[in-house]
Write a protein that binds this ligand. Structure first.
Ligand code: FES
Length: 182
């Protein structure tokens, strides 16, 4: 639904209910539970700033403040041109790269307010943006939703995203000869 309509639309709910033999109320119950399901037309790019504890103290709160000011919108709001829907996001298990921002669920690691504003500028001015790991270019919200629904995007297995910060603990454990106790 989101890859076609850009949100979980009333028509989409009716279509989904009919297709999988559920009531519209049952489909709506799922759609209202997960924040990833959008109930209003979403921006072309979903920009999420992690403001969970670790990212927040590493600069996420300030990034949020400046990005929100630049876009002129708050949490779960969309810019007037429909380009960006801004969201405070919970931890995305990328704390080793804090503070983290996400654009259509692609990682933008080790952000600073300036770097975050440059990404936002690029989106607002129609330039492609490239995540710090993973894919070579961030797709639109609709394109991303199609991939998340399980369809190929022709860019599978781009990168598993394991960098030095992720493996630092494992490296120390090996150097120290630590072993799992059973
Ligand atoms: S606290 Fe931000 S990714 Fe974990």
């Amino acid at each position: 639904m989101q890859s076609v309509d850009g949100y979980v639309s009333p028509d989409g709910i009716a279509f989904c209910a009919k297709t999988v033999d559920l009531t519209s109320a049952e489909v709506s119950a799922v759609a209202t539970f997960y924040t990833q399901y959008k109930r209003r037309p979403n921006g072309e790019y979903q920009v999420g700033v992690c403001t969970t504890a670790l990212c927040a103290v590493m600069g996420g709160d300030e990034i949020w403040r400046q990005v929100s000011e630049k876009c002129g919108v708050g949490h779960d709001e969309t810019t007037g041109d429909g380009k960006i829907t801004l969201e405070r996001i919970e931890c995305n298990a990328a704390c080793d790269y804090a503070p983290v921002m996400m654009v259509n669920w692609e990682f933008f690691d080790n952000m600073t307010p300036d770097r975050a504003l440059r990404v936002v500028d690029d989106i607002l001015e129609g330039r492609d943006v490239k995540p710090t790991r993973g894919s070579s270019k961030v797709g639109t919200f609709k394109e991303t939703e199609r991939v998340l629904a399980g369809f190929e995007d022709g860019r599978a297995n781009e990168d598993q995203g394991l960098g030095d910060p992720t493996l630092a603990g494992l490296k120390i454990a090996r150097e120290q000869g630590w072993e799992e106790k059973r």
